[in-house]
Design a protein around this ligand. Structure first.
Ligand code: HH2
Length: 276
């Protein structure tokens, strides 16, 4: 299995770690910690040293209840960081739903567009169709972060998330994006209650079996882990590593994490114990 991106053909024969860089004042676990270009870039360098296989740089907090920044503000936050991160030797992803941000990042040569809204904003799909090589991650969410938890209502969450991802991937392929450029994500914590998130983990193999694209998943520091452990967001490293391992064990090929060093170590042990 591979993920085709602008500059890299990412080998997914072993699970890969995507390191999170939030250039935001308000992200749920690290808001304000990397909100200047210099601090965000230092964080990118640190994550690469820790073994991140790729970086995901975002300028919008999508935590439940968050409101989106103006597009120009989002561009100003992420562009200088992406420009510098493109020299670090690993694939660089932009975490955005905003076509203005996508276009600016694509003009710099960004490798991946990771969109929690699965390219559903007007013009977003056109941006990635125009750039023939860029990788994309399409994630499941309902509504908008400001109001999404009111839509956390499912009969069978695994089936419904699977239906969405299958259909959205087909639409994106039909629009002209080659299948090997697409990775899918169930969207842990996005319009989902803890029992939905846990069903998506416990039954993740059902999802993997239905999808003809690699699965990425982001459990890092999320609220369900706080509920299980009673710990605050910054004290969820062990819980996040355990969730990442469980996700990989159930077939995820990319894990999106804040705590890269701990996850990389854990995956080395998992690979030796359980990998091919
Ligand atoms: N989760 C967040 C943001 N982007 N992208 C994908 N593909 N999958 C995810 O699960 C995902 C994502 C939210 O986490 P974080 O970036 O840490 O927080 P915030 O949105 O508050 O910046």
């Amino acid at each position: 299995m591979h993920w085709q991106t602008t500059r890299f053909h990412i080998d997914l024969s072993r699970p890969r770690v995507m390191g999170i860089v939030n250039v935001t004042p308000d992200s749920f676990s690290d808001g304000g910690r990397h909100s200047t270009t210099a601090s965000a870039l230092a964080h990118c360098e640190r994550l690469v040293e820790e073994g991140a296989d790729m970086l995901d740089i975002g300028g919008e907090s999508t935590r439940p209840g968050a409101t989106a920044p103006e597009p120009a503000e989002e561009v100003a936050r992420v562009l200088p960081v992406i420009e510098a991160a493109l020299h670090l030797g690993v694939p660089v992803s932009v975490d955005t739903s905003e076509p203005m941000v996508m276009r600016a990042a694509l003009a710099l040569g960004v490798d991946i567009v990771n969109d929690v809204r699965a390219l559903r904003r007007p013009d977003a799909l056109a941006c990635v169709v125009e750039h023939r090589g860029v990788g994309v991650c399409l994630m499941h969410m309902r509504g908008e972060p400001a109001t999404m938890q009111a839509q956390a209502d499912y009969g069978d969450v695994v089936a419904e998330v699977g239906d969405f991802l299958v259909q959205r991937a087909a639409e994106v392929v039909a629009a002209g994006v080659a299948p090997e450029r697409i990775v899918l994500d169930p969207g842990i914590g996005f319009a989902k209650r803890p029992e939905h998130n846990l069903a998506l983990l416990r039954r993740q193999r059902e999802l993997v079996a239905r999808l003809s694209h690699p699965l990425m998943v982001g459990w890092s520091r999320k609220g369900t882990l706080g509920l299980l452990t009673g710990r605050a967001a910054t004290d969820r490293v062990a819980a996040s590593v355990a969730a990442a391992l469980a996700a990989v064990h159930h077939g995820a090929l990319v894990v999106r994490v804040h705590d890269v060093a701990a996850t990389v170590d854990a995956l080395k042990v998992w690979q030796a114990a359980c990998g091919d």
